[in-house]
Design a binder for this molecule. Structure first.
Ligand code: PEP
Length: 250
């Protein structure tokens, strides 16, 4: 049975002291959630977060991973380094990485492969920009990004993969795709995965929606048949809001 997964993307926010504080209020807020709950924290907070979530239902995630096992890649972090810190999930190919740090479909693919090899589940982000949407390219863009991100992965690897559909124009803007729009585009992504790996794998894959998801719209988005979770930016930094989102079914 597939289980919904809601992950918080803290982005470049919170010091170690603030991390402890936020997790202390997150723990009771998410305690009764029926979905899988993940927080993706900055690298510097992973160790503090790991200790603070021990014995709770919160799982640990990071926000990026390098494709090489080690070497001359100043500023990067390897999958083995994350694994050592008990990281279970890692966001790969977030649109902010694609936009500001030159991530390409190829580097996203390489990073996802490295994560899987280390036993870390990649949350692979795909999504169209506003201009791509206005030009009617949404389906073509998300299918290309999905195909390229999964290039070379085996059927069995797909068990570890989560995809997040994040329309770029909806991230941090307060604009949300309607539940129907999000559902329809996720159906297109799932169809692309079915084409690559067959019906069973496509249907079992968890695909999240991300983009200004909040306490008010979570219930409607999560009620859509194709949507298996959420990737939450801004609202994941407020325990009350994140708590309300993960309890969307209450
Ligand atoms: C994100 O960063 O992945 C995201 C969806 O951000 P926000 O929820 O703030 O739009």
């Amino acid at each position: 049975m597939k289980r919904d997964i809601i992950a918080g993307n803290w982005k470049m926010n919170k010091t170690q002291a603030e991390t402890k504080e936020l997790i202390a209020s997150l723990v009771p807020a998410v305690a009764n959630a029926n979905c899988e709950v993940v927080i993706c924290v900055p690298f510097t907070n992973i160790e503090v977060a790991r200790k603070a979530i021990r014995g709770t239902k919160i799982k640990l995630g990071a926000q990026n991973v390098h494709w090489a096992p080690k070497g001359a890649y100043t500023g990067e972090i390897s999958a083995d380094m994350l694994k050592e810190l008990k990281v279970e999930y890692v966001i790969v190919g977030h649109s902010e990485r694609r936009q500001y740090f030159g991530e390409t479909d190829q580097s996203v693919n390489a990073r996802a492969k490295a994560a899987i090899l280390a036993g870390i589940k990649p949350i692979i982000c795909v999504g169209e920009t506003l201009s791509e949407r206005e030009e009617g390219k949404t389906a073509a863009v998300v299918v290309r990004q999905t195909n390229e991100a999964l290039e070379g992965l085996e059927k069995t690897d797909l068990k570890q993969v989560v995809i997040a559909y994040e329309p770029v124009w909806a991230i941090g803007t307060g604009k949300t795709a309607t539940a129907q729009e999000a559902n329809d585009t996720i159906a297109i992504i799932r169809k692309a995965v079915r084409r690559l790996y067959g019906k069973t794998v496509g249907n079992a894959l968890r695909i999240q929606y991300g983009g200004s998801m909040n306490a008010k719209n979570a219930k409607e988005l999560m009620s859509m048949p194709e949507i298996d979770g959420g990737l939450i930016g801004g609202a994941s930094l407020k325990a009350e809001d994140f708590g309300a989102i993960v309890n969307y079914d209450k």
